[in-house]
Design a binder for this molecule. Structure first.
Ligand SMILES: Cc1cc2nc3c(=O)[nH]c(=O)nc-3n(C[C@H](O)[C@H](O)[C@H](O)COP(=O)(O)O)c2cc1C
Length: 364
């Protein structure tokens, strides 16, 4: 596995922070970038309907820091002219790459012809890609699911068409739209895409540990991989992969560092957003981050019931102090899967929900 190029942009190391609405914002991307090992970061998906109608939230979502480069903006929508205008706006703000979302399963996105809805309408997708190509000079990339339903898997044909339209990197999440986030990603289909086109291909889906991840990466023969939820559970995952690629044993953060990263994230959030929103973000990250930690389920419950920055900080300190003393926090439960579902590209509502209720999110 070697660095690869999207036109003249080096993706080194060849690993990408997968776009996640409500998660991979300016704050989270920089948190991950600081841990090292990530070769490309992508914005949350941004509505071209919002962008082209001057919606301040959509414009804010394009904000990035120089330290994030190379940086891709991902847009979604179903109208070719709007998509081209949105792409132009991303180029204007200085994005290095323009990525088109062809995977979001959320009904309100699909209903308007965007996200994975485009898998059902390859002609519309073709028009969109051609219009965008005419409007921008930065590379155009595409993020796909494998098909709309199990009986209409068409990712290989779509990838070939996209290559003909001038798409310069194809990323495949190995699930159909109908699967949502259930079942396992099909890495064999990802391999078939890699074999069918000559532009670089990156694979995506279910990479949460080095061993399995390396196996899928190797067997699929892809140029790169994208990691989404795994980066929330373990912000050092890219660094660990990179260690292995370079022949070192994977970096293992100690408890102090794990605590420090949560505090760092909270501080970054407080600089960027109102306290209530920062609390929601913190609950969202902590919900994933403490997966697998002893007493993690109990800790999450205390966080979900924290109502101020002071309370959150106190609970984090108490939890990690308990772990350091090797004592049991709460009833010592490691996991409560119901709390850990986190699988929607409709994530803004996930954050709103997490501010007011214990559940971190549910499927779109
Ligand atoms: C909360 C959440 C939001 C997501 N938002 C987006 C998005 O905005 N754009 C996109 O292309 N994929 C989005 N995805 C899909 C991920 O990028 C990725 O394809 C999927 O989670 C599978 O990879 P993983 O198993 O490494 O998480 C989202 C996933 C989650 C869990």
């Amino acid at each position: 596995m070697f660095p690869f190029k999207i036109r003249n942009i080096e993706i080194d190391p060849p690993m990408i922070l997968s776009p996640m609405a409500g998660v991979t914002d300016y704050t989270f991307r920089r948190l991950i970038k600081r841990r090292g090992g990530v070769g490309l970061v992508v914005s949350e998906f941004i509505s071209v309907e919002g962008l082209t109608r001057n919606n301040p939230k959509s414009k804010r979502q394009m904000r990035f820091d120089e330290s994030e480069r190379p940086f891709a903006v991902q847009i979604f929508g179903g109208q070719p002219e709007r998509m081209a205008m949105g792409a132009e706006m991303a180029e204007e703000v200085g994005a290095d790459i323009l990525d088109v979302n062809c995977g979001c399963p959320a009904p309100k996105v699909v209903k308007n012809g965007g996200g994975s809805g485009l898998l059902r309408e390859p002609e519309r997708l073709e028009t969109i890609l051609k219009e965008i190509k005419r409007s921008i000079t930065i590379p155009l990339t595409l993020k796909l699911r494998t098909g709309y339903t199990e009986s209409t898997i068409n990712v290989v044909d779509i990838a070939k068409m996209a290559e003909q339209c001038g798409v310069e990197h194809i990323q495949v999440h190995g699930r159909t739209r109908d699967q949502g986030y259930k079942g396992l990603a099909n890495w064999d289909l990802i391999r078939q895409v890699k074999e069918a086109v000559s532009v670089p291909v990156s694979g995506n889906g279910d990479i949460t540990n080095i061993e399995n991840g390396m196996k899928r990466w190797r067997e699929s023969g892809t140029d790169g991989i994208l990691i989404g939820r795994g980066a929330m559970q373990n912000p050092w995952i890219f660094r660990q992969f990179n260690d292995v690629l370079e022949g070192r044993s994977p970096y293992q953060p100690d408890l102090d560092e794990k605590k420090a990263v949560l505090l760092e994230f909270f501080e970054m959030c407080l600089e960027e957003m109102p306290e209530l929103v920062a609390l929601g973000k913190m609950k969202q990250l902590a919900g994933q981050f403490t997966k697998g930690l002893v007493g993690g389920a109990q800790f999450r419950q205390t966080l979900y019931h924290s109502h101020s920055a002071g309370e959150i900080l106190e609970n984090i300190t108490t939890y990690f102090a308990t772990l350091e003393r090797r004592e049991v926090f709460g009833d010592g439960l490691t996991e409560s899967d119901a709390d850990l579902e986190f699988d929607s590209c409709d994530a803004p509502s996930v954050i709103e929900r997490s501010v007011s209720t214990p559940a971190a999110g549910t499927a779109a």
